[in-house]
Design a protein around this ligand. Sequence first.
Ligand SMILES: CC(C)(COP(=O)(O)OP(=O)(O)OC[C@H]1O[C@@H](n2cnc3c(N)ncnc32)[C@H](O)[C@@H]1OP(=O)(O)O)[C@@H](O)C(=O)NCCC(=O)NCCS
Length: 160
Amino acid sequence: MSEDIDIAEGGLADLPAVMTVMETAFDSSFGEAWTASQCAGLLPLPGVWLSIARTGDAVVGFTLARAVAGEAELLLLAVRPDAQGRGIGKSLLNHFFRDALSRGADHLHLEVRDGNDAIRLYTRFGFSIVGRRRNYYSGGDGKQFDALSLAKTGETSGLE
Ligand SMILES: CC(C)(COP(=O)(O)OP(=O)(O)OC[C@H]1O[C@@H](n2cnc3c(N)ncnc32)[C@H](O)[C@@H]1OP(=O)(O)O)[C@@H](O)C(=O)NCCC(=O)NCCS
């Protein structure tokens, strides 16, 4: 489980470390990863926040999220492959719930590629599938993949 994980709000200075996690965690064939300039463009906007998970000095995971008008969107969640399976993803998700609540958001939502194993994690934490966006992700070889829209309303604390 989650041993000695520190989760703290990050900023633009953390983007190089975030991009290392992004580029190793996401399979490039699915087109789910964001570029550094997409992240840098979004981060200064109102309601957007970055949470960084560290073990010691090493950045091992992050979330990027946005809260507006009582709703919070989990834009990205990733954990470095060699640190996966140790509860860091669950800790980041619990942290997102707490942050969303503290920002006044009680409706949570996210998009995730249909077929991504993370769907199991999200549904265990109370998200339900509420829609589908056709061809939302474009992979490197021109293939397209649907996104599922997931939502969770009301109680925003984690289940575990
Ligand atoms: C999704 C992700 C963040 C989970 O991080 P993690 O640190 O490995 O998650 P945890 O160790 O907290 O495990 C969470 C639970 O979900 C399951 N799970 C999560 N991701 C999984 C995956 N990719 N494959 C299989 N099981 C997974 C785990 O088995 C675990 O369940 P358990 O407690 O019954 O064993 C990580 O797999 C990742 O970075 N994936 C690539 C990026 C991505 O697709 N992000 C989601 C869309 S934005």
